[in-house]
Every structure is written in structure tokens, then in C-alpha cells.
Ligand binder design. Structure first.
Ligand code: ADP
Length: 245
């Protein structure tokens, strides 16, 4: 019997990409957690140690601690929501849903944000919208995310529009704005977890970079997709496509 070699090739590229994105994930998540935690500790220590703090300062510090704790809790909730969808540990609670009523509920959820800003908000619903078998709560949360972003990233006097119309064997939810837009370089990365634009107008606002990742997972859960068109300084159009069947 002749002697031979057994060659063993292993493609480590995919493995390395997975490791890198996991490391990046851990780095970003811990960084997001560390900042509010450091603030909570610093203000709690000051309250415990400084004997001569006036009542006003004490109140101010308690408020900071409370706000930071709220921010932390919200971040952890959002992270859990996205991760559960990604890992498939939550199932869609689907039922036949009246879309017009669902849109009304979505707008109700956004009322506080809309009242805070002077914007034109328009809704356009196609005349005959079929009911859909969807996970209503998750779809509402996805639309609230898209519309919330449109409100957040559109300067005062701008316009935010929600258009619902039948597509090709689907129902399409378009969220349009006349806001700051997204550069072509950043557009492909916009739905990645934790991604936030380098644009100073984005950096000056609070956000976790998890909203669009959530929307994308909700689309996937329904066999649909999220597509984005945008022009910097002109505006954006996010389309959530949900198949009819
Ligand atoms: P967050 O808004 O918390 O930063 P998202 O995941 O919702 O996170 O959005 C990711 C990024 O995409 C934002 O930080 C912003 O840079 C960009 N973005 C999302 N929606 C819009 C929009 N309507 N107009 C301009 N940029 C947007």
C-alpha cells in the first residue's frame, strides 16, 4: 500500500469574521453599559461622602442617578429584544390584524414625540388595505422605531410621512422624511447593531444604534425586508415590506 498525505483545508475566514464581530459586539455593549454605570457610581459616592451638599444639589444628583438607571434599563431591554429575535428564541404571536387600526395605535404611541417638535406629519393609506396575519405588537414597535427616527433626524419645519400601500404580493410601509439623510458610505452599515452615524447632528442626540437592527429582525420574522433610500441633507425613505401570505 502506497503512502499518501491527507491534506486538510479549513476556511478560517468565516470563523475569524464571526469572532471579530462578537468581539466588537462585546466591546460596544460593555462600553454602552459602562458610561451610565460610572455616572451612577460617581454621583452615589458623592452623595454618600459629601456632608455639606445642599438639598438642591442632592435632588439634582438623585435625578441624574435615576435618569442614568432608566437609560441603562432601556438599553438592556433593547439589546434583549434584538438578541431574542436574532437567536430565534421568540416566536411571532401572529393573528389577523386590521391594519388601519394598527396604524392608529402606532400614531398614538408617537404622540409625545410629535408634540415635542414642530413638524408636518402626514399619513397616506391606500383605499383598500387588506388585513394581515402579523405579530401586531412587534410590527407596531418596528413602525414606532422608524417613525421615531424620522422625527428625531428631521429638523423643525420638516415633513414626516407614513405611506401604506399594496406592493408586489406584499403590503409596504414607507416612512419618509425631509431630514438630515444618510451618506452613501454609511448607508450599507446603517442597520448593523450599535451603528450610529459620525455626523455631528446624530452624535449630539441620544441613541443606542439598536432600533434599525430591531426593525430588520421584525421584517425577517415576517418573511419581509427593510429597504432604505437616502440622500444626505435631503431626506430618507425606509420601506418595510411585509408579504401578504
Ligand atoms: P439610533 O437612532 O438609536 O442611533 P438606529 O438603529 O435607530 O439607532 O439608527 C442607526 C443610525 O441610522 C442612526 O444613528 C442614524 O445615524 C441613522 N438613521 C436612522 N434613521 C435615520 C433617519 N430617518 N434619517 C437619518 N439618519 C437615520
Amino acid at each position: 500500500m502506497g503512502q499518501g498525505f491527507l491534506w486538510c483545508f479549513r476556511d478560517i475566514t468565516q470563523q475569524r469574521i464571526a469572532d471579530e464581530s462578537r468581539n466588537q459586539f462585546v466591546f460596544t455593549a460593555t462600553h454602552e453599559l459602562r458610561t451610565p454605570l460610572a455616572n451612577i457610581k460617581a454621583y452615589a459616592d458623592t452623595l454618600a461622602e459629601a456632608d455639606e451638599l445642599g438639598v438642591e444639589d442632592q435632588k439634582r444628583f438623585y435625578n441624574i442617578i435615576s435618569n442614568e438607571a432608566t437609560r441603562l434599563a432601556r438599553f438592556v431591554d433593547e439589546l434583549l429584544d434584538v438578541s431574542q429575535l436574532e437567536f430565534g428564541t421568540v416566536l411571532a404571536a401572529r393573528s389577523e390584524t386590521d391594519i388601519e387600526r394598527m396604524i392608529q395605535e402606532t400614531i398614538e404611541n408617537l404622540r409625545p414625540q410629535l408634540l415635542q417638535k414642530e413638524l408636518k406629519f402626514e399619513t397616506r393609506l391606500a383605499p383598500k388595505i387588506p388585513s394581515l396575519v402579523v405579530d401586531k405588537d412587534k410590527l407596531i414597535a418596528a413602525l414606532v422605531n422608524l417613525l421615531g427616527n424620522a422625527i428625531k433626524y428631521t429638523p423643525e419645519q420638516g415633513t414626516v410621512r407614513l405611506i401604506v400601500e399594496p406592493g408586489d404580493a406584499s403590503l409596504d410601509f414607507h416612512v419618509e422624511d425631509t431630514g438630515i439623510g444618510i451618506s452613501p458610505e454609511e448607508l450599507p452599515r446603517i442597520s448593523q447593531k450599535f451603528f450610529r452615524s459620525q455626523d455631528a447632528r446624530v452624535q449630539s442626540l441620544v441613541g443606542s444604534g439598536l432600533g434599525l437592527a430591531y426593525v430588520q429582525e421584525v421584517a425577517r420574522l415576517h418573511g419581509g425586508k427593510l429597504s432604505i433610500k437616502s440622500q444626505i441633507d435631503k431626506g430618507s425613505r425606509f420601506t418595510l415590506t411585509i408579504p401578504l401570505a
